[in-house]
Design a protein around this ligand. Sequence first.
Ligand code: CA
Length: 225
Amino acid sequence: MARQGTVLIVEDEEAIRDLVAFHLESAGFQVLQAADGEEGLRLALETSPDLVLLDLMLPILDGVSMLRALRRQSRVPVIMLTARTEEIGRVRGLELGADDYVGKPFSPRELVARVKAVLRRTDPPTEHLAAGGVEIDVAAHRCYVDGRERELTLTEFGLLQALMERPGQVLTREMLLEKVWGYDYYGDARTVDVHVRHLREKVEAEPSHPRLIATVRGVGYRFAP
Ligand code: CA
């Protein structure tokens, strides 16, 4: 199945979370879940999902406060879920920076379609990334370090691209497996470590003391030039 990206669902009602997660996963998305606004904010900042589905009424930190806090640090697309369709106008009036609004009850299929529509609208294909002396041309599949071309395998290139698309953010081994190897890949997370080691040998000046791709112990990797 084609990879669609990662969606974080922030919703305190478990039945709705499960229903939405089921439909998103069936459509090829990877799903993360949070049951309150504080956990939702933490996950949104730590895992940098491709989109956040955010319920308005949440314990600890409500949806409006969470979105305000999130917007100080992130432009991740957000679809707000509101209890009643009538609330959409009111919530929209707050100009929170949400990308779409869906009233409850909603049809899961309709919601999945809205998720895809927002992602299409907000996610133009990346063609060129540059940071810390590393440049990658995604279309041409070429990598340069301090102006000199490095030959990367498809997997190494995919890893570097995934990391460079989220500078400063930690990507777990599972996220990298999903992004680089694909949704259906049934692999060992250590596979990621092996390929990161090869990638470092090609792009780092001193592979044993990496200054571009940092290991975040027990979690994953971060591009932090
Ligand atoms: Ca709720």
